[in-house]
Design a protein around this ligand. Structure first.
Ligand SMILES: O=P(O)(O)OC[C@H]1O[C@H](O[C@H]2O[C@H](CO)[C@@H](O)[C@H](O)[C@H]2O)[C@H](O)[C@@H](O)[C@@H]1O
Length: 380
């Protein structure tokens, strides 16, 4: 996953922090030991270096102005949701390379039997991303509806296997689209985890009213950054800011490419004031979230533990997702050596997923086959 930590200038090594002598400046670049300090009167711990205001301003100029860095951002924005093979960097645009990528990440539909064989004797647990996985990508995030057929399929799936939606959206928004009370939900990139609604849980091992919110302290900060981002980007036509409770998004899918660098500057100028937030990039969207050790991979692990599969090797988790933030979950599965990830993409992408599906309609076919397969299994 491409991860930009905007407030740390590249000229520094990752382990260094800058402490400056003005409060306003120290809020721009974090001192992780004490983010709100007025450091002029403080003795610096040995791991910190001090820097003159002049030097600091130069660093900030590099972050802000450096045309090259802005160009790198714009390139990365362009690559964040390719629509044609030819829009990919030339190094991966040839048919030959596409073929070789498919060899490495074969279609989960074509390899269905092989996958089922690997799951033999284990409990399958399903993890599904929402946008681009259960619903097609559309220009307006408020209109990313999932089809009734897909909803029926997911409903049947949840009767067969414990099933969770893992999404960058907040739970309320994704629930308005999915409308299935029997599912587990991990919203805000996994920072808001809820079990099935009361009376809908099929899994006796999970304690009732499962709820986990590791970024609770950030609620007021997210509200504030959302408000400032809304205000700052309102001059950029097409920009859309969303509040997802524990994180926020700034969409640029409908922003004219000529305005992208302007949008980058606007977003960064707001984020400089929030050193404990980080910026990652999804499909034509900037995602702003707390800088905590938590992501979709951690959420997957937490849910497996809550389901009673923490210390067992008889579980077979399957995670289906299309975006960069889903890579944390793919990697988690690789590291655990359990189950596998399926990347939803028509284009070759660097991924830790083992298999691929082209689009949400293929995802639906795969889920249907899983349901049919389960219904054919002898009852234990
Ligand atoms: O983790 P996800 O469920 O994939 O959520 C990630 C982002 O999804 C939404 O944006 C994406 O879908 C939109 C509707 O199709 C599309 O317009 C946008 O370009 C995509 O990035 C959601 O609106 C974002 O807030 C999430 O961060």
């Amino acid at each position: 996953m491409v991860r930009f930590v905007v407030e740390k200038p590249q000229i520094m090594s990752a382990s260094q922090n800058i402490v400056v002598s003005e409060t306003t400046m120290s809020s721009i670049i974090p001192n992780n030991n004490n983010n709100n300090n007025n450091s002029s009167s403080q003795k610096l711990p040995p791991c910190l270096i001090s820097i003159s205001k002049k030097k600091l301003l130069k660093s900030i100029d590099i972050i802000n102005g450096g045309g090259q860095r802005i160009n790198a951002w714009v390139d990365s924005m362009r690559a964040s949701s390719p629509t044609h093979l030819k829009s990919l960097p030339s190094s991966i645009s040839t048919q030959q390379q596409l073929n070789s990528w498919i060899m490495q990440h074969p279609s989960a539909l074509e390899k269905f039997e092989q996958i089922m064989e690997a799951s033999r004797g284990k409990q399958i647990v399903m993890f599904l991303d929402y946008d681009g996985t259960l619903s097609p990508i559309v220009d307006d995030p408020d209109k990313a509806f999932m089809s009734s057929k897909m909803r029926r399929t997911v409903k049947k799936l949840a009767k067969c296997f414990p099933t969770a939606i893992v999404t960058g959206r907040c739970i309320d928004k994704v629930y308005n689209f999915v409308k299935l009370a029997e599912l587990y939900y991990a919203g805000s990139h996994g920072m808001d985890i809820k079990g099935p609604a009361k009376g809908f849980s099929r899994h006796k091992r999970v304690k009732q009213s499962l709820l986990y919110q590791p970024a609770n302290d950030y609620l007021p900060m997210i509200d504030e950054v959302y408000r400032q981002l809304l205000e700052k980007t309102k001059s950029t036509p097409g920009a859309k800011v969303e509040n997802h409770k524990f994180c926020a998004s700034v969409h640029f899918r409908c922003v004219d490419e000529k305005k992208w660098s302007e949008l980058v500057l606007q977003v960064r100028s707001v984020l400089k004031k929030f050193p404990t937030l980080q910026l990652t990039q999804g499909r034509k969207v900037f995602e702003i979230r707390p800088m905590i050790e938590w992501d979709k991979g951690k959420a997957l692990e937490f849910l497996l533990e809550s389901l009673g599969f923490g210390n067992t090797n008889n579980v077979f988790p399957v995670y289906i997702g299309d975006d960069r933030t889903d890579e944390d979950a793919f990697k988690m599965l690789r590291d655990r050596g359990e189950g596998f990830g399926i990347l939803v993409s028509k284009f070759p992408k660097d991924t830790d997923a083992s298999y691929s599906l082209q689009d949400p309609s293929e995802v639906m076919d795969f889920l249907r086959r899983l349901v049919e397969w389960k219904q054919m299994q002898p009852r234990m």
